[in-house]
Design a protein around this ligand. Structure first.
Ligand code: FMN
Length: 194
C-alpha cells in the first residue's frame, strides 16, 4: 500500500518526460555516476546487488565508460518500511546526507546519472553529489530504476540542478526487470548513437 501511494505521488512528471525528445547525443569521454541500495527492497526481496547498480554495470560494460558509485552507509541493513519513512523525511526536510569518496568529473563530457526513484525523484544523497559537482556544458544522460514511477521527477530535477548542461530524455526500467534487462539497456544505448 505504501508503494502504491509512493507511485501515485511520483508519477505526475513521467508523462511529460516520456514525451521529451532527445536533445543531443552522448559523445566524448563518459562516466556512469550512480547510487543504488542493496538489501531489502520492494518486489525483489533481499538483494545483494542493487537494481540500479546492475543497470550501471550494463552501461559501463556496453559503452566502456568509467564508473563512480555514490556510497553512503546511512541505510545499511534497514528494512524496506522504515527506509521509505526515512527517505520521505529526508526529502521533505531537504536533507543532504554525505557520501563517501569523490571524483573529479572535469575530464568527462558525458555523464550518465542513475539511481532508484525514491518518492518520485532521486534519493537525497544524489542531490548532495549534484551540489558538489558543476556539470555546466556537459551532456547528462539520466536513468532510473523504479516500480512504477518511470523517470518520475528525476529529469526535471537534474535540469534544475544543472541549467547549463544538456540533459537528454533519459531511460527507465522496472527494478524487478533489470536482471533480465540487459537487451533493453543495449537497445536504448544504441539510440544515443544514431
Ligand atoms: C525509500 C524507497 C522509496 C521508493 N519510492 C519509489 C517511488 O516513488 N516510485 C517507484 O516507482 N518506486 C519506488 N521505490 C522502488 C525503487 O525505486 C526500486 O525498487 C528501485 O529499483 C530500487 O533500486 P536500487 O536497488 O538500485 O536501490 C522506492 C524504494 C525505496 C526503498
Amino acid at each position: 500500500m505504501a508503494l502504491a501511494l509512493l507511485i501515485s505521488v511520483a508519477c505526475s512528471g513521467s508523462k511529460q518526460q516520456e514525451n521529451e525528445k532527445t536533445e543531443a547525443k552522448a559523445e566524448g569521454k563518459s562516466i556512469v555516476v550512480f547510487f543504488s541500495h542493496a538489501g531489502e527492497n520492494y518486489s525483489v526481496g533481499d538483494i545483494k546487488v542493487g537494481n540500479t547498480k546492475i543497470v550501471a554495470d550494463y552501461i559501463t560494460e556496453l559503452t566502456g565508460a568509467d564508473q563512480f558509485e555514490i556510497v553512503t552507509h546511512k541505510y545499511d541493513g534497514m528494512a524496506y518500511g522504515p527506509l521509505t519513512e526515512l527517505a520521505k523525511q529526508e526529502q521533505q526536510q531537504g536533507e543532504l546526507p554525505p557520501y563517501e569518496g569523490d571524483i573529479d568529473l572535469t575530464p568527462y563530457s558525458t555523464i550518465y546519472i542513475g539511481g532508484p526513484v525514491w518518492w518520485g525523484t532521486y534519493p537525497q544523497v544524489m542531490f548532495t553529489f549534484f551540489r558538489d559537482h558543476d556539470l555546466s556544458g556537459k551532456t547528462i544522460v539520466p536513468f532510473t530504476t523504479h516500480e512504477g514511477s518511470g523517470l518520475g521527477r528525476c529529469v526535471r530535477d537534474v535540469k534544475k540542478a544543472y541549467p547549463k548542461a544538456t540533459v537528454l530524455a533519459g531511460f527507465d526500467i522496472y527494478g524487478h526487470d533489470v536482471r533480465t534487462g540487459r537487451n533493453k539497456v543495449e537497445k536504448w544505448l544504441k539510440t544515443l548513437k544514431d
